[in-house]
Design a protein around this ligand. Structure first.
Ligand code: HMG
Ligand code: MG
Length: 299
């Protein structure tokens, strides 16, 4: 069966813009977030409190949060890698944060300058302090299917890192196919293994990249396994700057098109969303890679 409703966790402003060459000014980012909210998205990952030299595209995190319109029905999670990031987030009124671990040593080293063990050690006080302050905490596990330096990533290895992240006290785990190599059978097997390890589908989200054209098929497999939270990026922008060939998040429009066809409710107005992505494509100076945005755009 399929769920009646899917919650879309929009990552365009963070995962999308962090990997675009063009640095978008905070006023345009604020307009982007506002338009996404107006299109019906309720959870929008807005930025990262990481080292500005590592991700210059998001160096304006403070400025952006300062100008974002707040509303009790909108959730704006942000990425925080360490206590310095948490301090910055707390100083800016953030109530939802995400730590981001890696299933592989190679990516942990490149993305966080730490081993897997060291990065979990770095997250521990972040999660503890965030929870003590009443924040909601998500954990990502990246390279959950394959890794550009290590190849196939064994399911047990992913589940082991995921379990350690969840044991820190996180509320949700997003399974990241950072380089988009996963296929549907692998998705089903990984979710079954997570469930067997005590991380139930009610605490799982999926984060697919469309590099090999598998993102929608993988999403459908995850929905059939009981997952109801799906990460997507408006217009399909972005990827990850520290992962070779990690182009193309699942486009939110492609996801909404499929879910509309299946009769699964998302609360998203597809027309408004497409308009927003076309506007952002103009700002970025390149067409949206989303097939649905292309199909619904006049010549
Ligand atoms: P490091 O160089 O090891 O940092 O980087 P450090 O702890 O040694 O500190 C060095 C200096 O940086 C210090 O300053 C710190 O204060 C400062 P100094 O004392 O020398 O003047 N510093 C900071 N400044 C501002 N904000 C901070 C911060 N932290 C330290 N938060 C670090 C370690 C984790 C900071 C770095 O590696 C980093 O920022 N990494 C982030 C990389 C990133 O954002 N990658 C993209 C997101 S992951 C992703 O996209 C995957 C995902 O989408 C899921 C998927 O697709 O699979 C989530
Ligand atoms: Mg990503």
């Amino acid at each position: 069966g399929l769920p009646e409703r899917v919650s879309i966790y929009e990552v365009g402003p963070r995962d999308g813009l962090q990997n675009e060459k063009t640095i978008v000014p905070p006023s345009d980012k604020a307009e982007f977030v506002t338009r996404l909210a107006d299109a019906g998205l309720r959870t929008i990952e807005t930025t990262s409190f990481v080292h500005p030299k590592w991700v210059p595209q998001l160096a304006d995190a403070e400025e952006l949060l300062d100008v974002l319109p707040r509303s009790p029905e909108l959730r704006y999670p942000v990425l925080v890698p360490n206590e310095r990031g948490l301090d910055r987030a707390l100083a800016n009124g953030v109530t939802e944060v995400a730590v981001f671990g890696s299933a592989t040593e190679s990516f942990a080293r490149r993305n966080l300058n730490r081993s897997v063990d060291e990065s979990i050690g770095m997250f521990a006080p972040v999660v503890e302090r965030a929870r003590a302050q009443g924040l909601w905490v998500r954990a990502y596990v990246s390279m959950a299917f394959g890794d550009p330096w290590e190849g196939d990533v064994p399911i047990e290895q992913v589940v082991s890192v995921a379990s350690r992240l969840m044991e820190l006290g996180c509320s949700q785990l997003s399974i990241g196919d950072t380089i988009g190599v996963g296929t549907a059978g692998h998705v089903t097997a990984l979710i079954e293994a997570m469930t067997a390890a005590g991380i139930g589908v009610d605490r799982l989200a999926v984060h697919f990249h469309d590099t090999y054209g598998q993102a929608l098929a993988n999403t459908l497999a995850a929905l059939r396994a009981g997952v109801t939270v799906v990460d997507a990026s408006a217009g399909g922008i972005g990827g990850c700057p520290y992962a070779e060939s990690a182009t193309g998040n699942l486009a939110t429009e492609d996801l909404v098109w499929m879910l509309n066809g299946l009769g699964v409710d998302t609360g998203v107005d597809l027309g408004k969303l497409v308009e927003t992505s076309r506007w952002m494509a103009g700002r970025l100076g390149r067409p949206s890679p989303s097939r649905v945005v292309q199909a619904l755009s006049p010549e």
